[in-house]
Design a protein around this ligand. Structure first.
Ligand SMILES: [Zn+2]
Length: 204
């Protein structure tokens, strides 16, 4: 949608809201509230308003769809099982770190973390295949090394959303991982990589 279209949609919504005397604010998917007509269109999903030229206020939903908390990935039993299997391929010290971190992020942020594909222990063959990706094979580059700590079970990739769509939640998890590691530096020696692999942690 273009900016002009979005702006027009906001104005028509504003008029409709005034008709029924509702407060002149909109709440976006993140719960941020902004005045109608402030043109903060980037944060507000207006698609359904445009497709519905004469919006009926009772049917207009600017909040988060029901059953969805903050746009986060919904962890299914399948993902729980996969996560458990992947963590089980790492060293006991890594497993212990993951279990503690998982509890911590659940408690502090209400986010249930998971381990994505190849995010646990890896065989050398698996690492070589990943290294080939984006070099001699199709796909994006996903690793910088053939000597990953994943091979020895001392690294885990921990995310909120393994599809990568919910960048915000994944960034929250990356920050929480660092905080947790600092809090428990007596129990775990950890190493983090740069922003390019923010959800990777090495545990010793
Ligand atoms: Zn990794």
């Amino acid at each position: 949608m273009g900016l002009a279209e979005a702006s027009e949609a906001l104005d028509s919504l504003s008029a409709a809201i005034k008709d029924v005397g509702v407060n002149d604010t909109v709440t976006d998917r993140l719960g941020r509230i902004s005045p109608v007509g402030s043109h903060a269109v980037g944060a507000v999903n207006l698609d359904h308003i445009v497709s519905n030229k004469a919006p009926q206020l009772s049917g207009v939903d600017l909040s988060v769809p029901s059953g969805q908390t903050s746009g986060s990935f919904k962890v299914s039993d399948k993902w729980r099982r996969l996560t458990g299997e992947r963590v089980a391929t790492t060293k006991p010290v890594s497993q212990k770190f993951f279990k503690g971190l998982r509890e911590y992020i659940l408690k502090t942020h209400g986010i249930e973390v998971v381990v994505g594909d190849h995010g646990g222990g890896r065989t050398q063959h698996e690492q070589d295949e990943l290294y080939a990706q984006g070099r001699t094979k199709k796909g994006p580059i996903v690793t910088k090394t053939r000597r990953s700590k994943h091979i020895h079970g001392h690294a885990i990739d921990i995310v909120a959303d393994p599809t990568g769509k919910d960048k915000k939640s994944n960034a929250i998890v990356a920050a929480a991982m660092r905080k947790y590691a600092k809090m428990h530096s007596k129990s775990f020696k950890t190493r983090f990589l740069g922003k390019w692999d923010a959800n990777h942690v090495e545990i010793f």
